[in-house]
Design a protein. Structure first.
Length: 328
């Protein structure tokens, strides 16, 4: 059988469990296509799967990687409107850190002319997440204040810009260094706060005249859950879409009643599987913003496939801004 290079996880743990190996190249079944991967996105979800801390169990061994851009190499039976050599980007459960990946034909997104493979890899997971945590789960309305944590990260850099495009005000950005806060300001943030400082909730309240913010995008976990509630306005919403710290927070649901507050969760695979009708129009709007120059992509770090360990180290060590990718 044909072989390919891939990154494999045979045991859960730190980045050193990412092994660069030769494995059997997959073949597409009915309804699937085989993609020759050009770029694989590196996301916090990949690091959580590697640590066995993800929302769903991942059987060992597995090839991590939930988003790829590349060229269709083979089309399985029953797949229509797709042909070999088409430039596509897609989301996967796993399997992206490899020279070839299999994906359902119905989930492919054509890469527009003029967009390269790196730019395309920044759109599906992080672009759609940023859009829907703001609009679908967050129910953002014009003139409302938004707090974006990790505003210099892959989702954060897009969420700051999209919040501005959706008419949010003020946009409050948090990050761990001044350099990252400067990036958030360049992207449109109005208020900059270092979340490593203990009094950051107080600074959020000060920036909103003591009222608190209307919408908070939460992906840190741990004690951030309770601290977010301290600076959430009446009728405000918190949307939880990750737990980068690896620590589970806690809250008392009855406490939400006092100010009519809402805590919601967002999980992109559930949206794509359960509400697929929301995906295409949001993607069209995102691509339109990119084409007009109203939205820009920040691709900070590029690694070859065999350096996946370094990519995970950098991501978990908060050494990156914007999108992190593996080039094949």
């Amino acid at each position: 059988m044909p072989q390919m290079r891939a990154i494999q996880v045979s045991e859960f743990g730190n980045p050193d469990v990412l092994e660069h190996v030769e494995v059997e190249r997959p073949s597409p079944s009915e309804g699937e296509v085989l993609i020759k991967v050009k770029v694989a996105g590196v996301n916090y979800a990949d690091t959580m799967r590697r640590r066995n801390q993800y929302l769903e169990e991942t059987p060992l061994p597995f090839v991590p990687g939930s988003e790829v851009s590349g060229v269709v190499a083979e089309v399985g039976a029953g797949v229509e409107d797709v042909k070999e050599r088409d430039r596509v980007v897609t989301l996967l459960r796993t399997g992206g850190y490899a020279q070839y990946a299999v994906a359902p034909g119905r989930n492919l997104i054509s890469i527009p002319n003029g967009m390269d493979f790196e730019e395309a890899a920044a759109i599906p997971l992080q672009g759609l997440t940023a859009y829907h945590v703001l609009k679908s789960s967050g129910m953002l309305r014009q003139g409302e204040g938004v707090l974006v944590h990790a505003a210099a990260g892959g989702v954060g850099t897009l969420a700051v810009q999209m919040a501005k495009l959706m008419g949010a005000s003020p946009i409050i950005a948090t990050a761990s260094t001044q350099e990252k806060l400067n990036l958030a300001k360049e992207l449109g943030a109005d208020v900059l706060i270092n979340y490593t400082e203990e009094d950051w909730p107080e600074k959020v309240r000060e920036a909103t005249s003591g009222e608190g913010v209307d919408l908070i995008l939460e992906m840190v976990g741990g004690d951030f859950v309770q601290k977010n509630l301290e600076c959430l306005a009446a009728f405000g919403r918190i949307v939880v879409y990750g737990s980068a710290s690896g620590e589970r927070g806690s809250l008392i649901p009855a406490n939400l009643m006092l100010k009519n507050q809402v805590v919601a969760g967002f999980y992109l695979p559930q949206l794509m599987g359960g509400r697929p009708e929301l995906v295409e129009p949001s993607l069209e709007e995102i691509l339109g913003w990119l084409a007009s120059g109203e939205l820009s992509l920040t691709i900070d770090a590029r690694y070859p496939l065999e350096k996946a360990q370094e990519a995970h180290d950098a991501l978990e060590g908060r050494q990156t801004t914007g999108k992190v990718v593996l080039n094949l």
